[in-house]
Ligand binder design. Structure first.
Ligand code: CTP
Length: 462
């Protein structure tokens, strides 16, 4: 019996897929079809496959051409499969000519002619309009966004906006992207969606105006500095049927989701304590260290460290306590947020002028999970128990710098694919904004006290 194997994603099953399976079947007596898993596709940079693995398998099955369907979930699997299933012929479409020649050492490799003028990519594009996106702010995040956006089809970056003409102009020259300087409304006219990566205090206004103009919004966090502001933005987005997404990258990283699943699957018993720390020593001249009103550690990293706590304990905490170490300008160089719940407690620590061990520890009644820096990208985590010899290591997939997962989520939501909405909920964002508001009120009170004290000192000197 001559055995043939072929592989594919088979997203939005089309005529090209049917043709290749028909031809592959004719190459032998028994056809095995390998269908990629979502995780494997993401790993290969295909982050916006629409059909689920099960749907894609089902579509291949319905052709009646496959004698056996297997799933492909890792690099290097093809060699394993060829040997395991005793394969005589490996085949794929002619778009892969040359790529799989190395398999000739194991079986015969045949590239079949590809059906012209059809592909899943084309179908995805025709099904969904291309989203024209503009970037607000041309600082550190904008180049990263441009780079990572290449891995997400369906979002096309068309322009940028910056009120600072100098910075905007050099960005325009470097990236050959039109930049608007003064007229935000005009900038909005050219796009369907914005990515807001401007200074913290400007997110809310830019987001509000964009939503009012009927544009979808992906904003760096925090999108607003008070709960009311954030609620207002959500209401606006809901009323206008627009997407509002906060850019907390960790929430969309596949490894972080896997870590949550490991915890929630009961591996470490009942969760009692979640401790998350994220510090990065910022340049003394950076905005984080110099902006007395909107710089500091909390506004930079608190959302990341609060995320695992809210994910694992929920948003209904009983008590919150926020303590900061301030520099001479009154900026928090290190902040610790403690949350008390009925079932346990959480601590979120962040720093821009104090360095600590950046780790996430989830403590349970039967063991604990440790994810070391950079746990916010969650490339690796371990499960440990009382017995120090037992260690389970998890190394989830991770590509690029994590932004592509967030961009992909944004595109899916705009296209009405809500399947990932659980990754970062409105409830969680509102709970974060509640804590942000407490922090900002404390900061303002501190400033008032400092200025009263300053006035008194001046008066004393007089
Ligand atoms: N294929 C083909 N003719 C097409 C499209 C795909 O023969 N017009 C073949 C591919 O060469 C591959 C198999 O079908 O052997 C599965 O391809 P897959 O990557 O799932 O489909 P594409 O339409 O190429 O998907 P995408 O656009 O996402 O790359």
């Amino acid at each position: 019996m001559k055995k043939v194997i072929t592989y594919g994603t088979f997203d939005l099953f089309h005529q090209g897929h049917l043709n290749i399976l028909t031809r592959a079947k004719k190459l032998g007596d028994y056809l095995i079809v390998g269908v990629t898993t979502e995780h494997f596709d993401e790993m290969r940079g295909k982050v916006n496959v629409i059909d689920s693995t099960l749907e894609r398998i089902e579509n291949v099955r319905k052709t009646g051409l496959a004698d056996e369907i297997i799933i492909e979930d890792h690099e290097g699997q093809k060699i394993e499969d060829i040997q395991k299933y005793n394969i005589d012929v490996f085949t794929v479409g002619s778009d892969w000519v040359g790529t799989f020649d190395y398999l000739n050492n194991f079986c015969k490799v045949i590239y079949l002619e590809r059906t012209p003028d059809i592909s899943s990519t084309m179908l995805r594009k025709s099904r969904f309009h291309i989203i024209n996106l503009g970037i607000v702010g041309t600082g550190r995040m904008a180049p990263r966004f441009l780079e990572e956006d290449k891995y997400v089809s369906g979002i096309h970056i068309v322009c940028a906006y910056n009120i600072e003409e100098d910075s905007g102009r050099s960005f325009q020259n470097k990236y050959e992207l039109p930049v608007y300087y003064h007229d935000y409304q005009k900038f909005l006219e050219h796009i369907d969606a914005v990515y807001i990566a401007s200074p913290n205090e400007t997110h809310y206004q830019y987001a509000k105006q964009a939503l009012q103009a009927g544009k979808h919004v992906l904003s760096e966090n925090p999108v607003g500095l008070s709960k009311n502001d954030v609620e207002e933005l959500y209401t606006l987005a809901e009323d206008k049927n627009l997407v509002l997404l906060e850019g907390i990258k960790t929430a969309y990283c596949p490894g972080f989701q896997q870590l949550l699943n490991t915890v929630q699957g009961g591996k470490i018993g009942e969760i009692k304590d979640v401790e998350a720390c994220f510090t990065r020593l910022a340049n003394p001249n950076s905005r984080e260290r110099t902006d007395e009103n909107y710089g500091g550690a909390f506004l930079e990293y608190a959302a990341y460290t609060l995320l695992p706590i809210f994910k694992l304990f929920g948003t209904r905490y009983k008590e919150v306590r926020i303590d900061s170490i301030l520099d001479e300008k009154g900026l928090d160089v290190y902040t610790k947020i403690q949350l008390i719940y009925d079932q346990g407690m959480g601590t979120a620590k962040c720093g821009v002028g104090v360095k600590s061990e950046g780790q996430l520890v989830v403590a349970g009644t039967e063991g604990y999970i440790l994810a070391e820096s950079p746990w916010w990208l969650t490339k690796k985590y371990v499960v440990r128990y009382e017995n120090p010899d037992v260690i389970e290591i998890f190394e989830p997939r991770f590509q690029g710098d994590g932004l592509r997962y967030e961009i992909s989520e944004f595109a899916s939501k705009i296209n009405g694919l809500e399947r990932n909405a659980y990754k970062l909920t409105k409830d969680e964002i509102l709970a974060m904004s509640e804590i942000t508001e407490i922090f900002m009120n404390k900061r303002m009170e501190q400033k008032r006290n400092d200025s009263i004290r300053g006035d008194r000192n001046r008066a004393d000197r007089c």
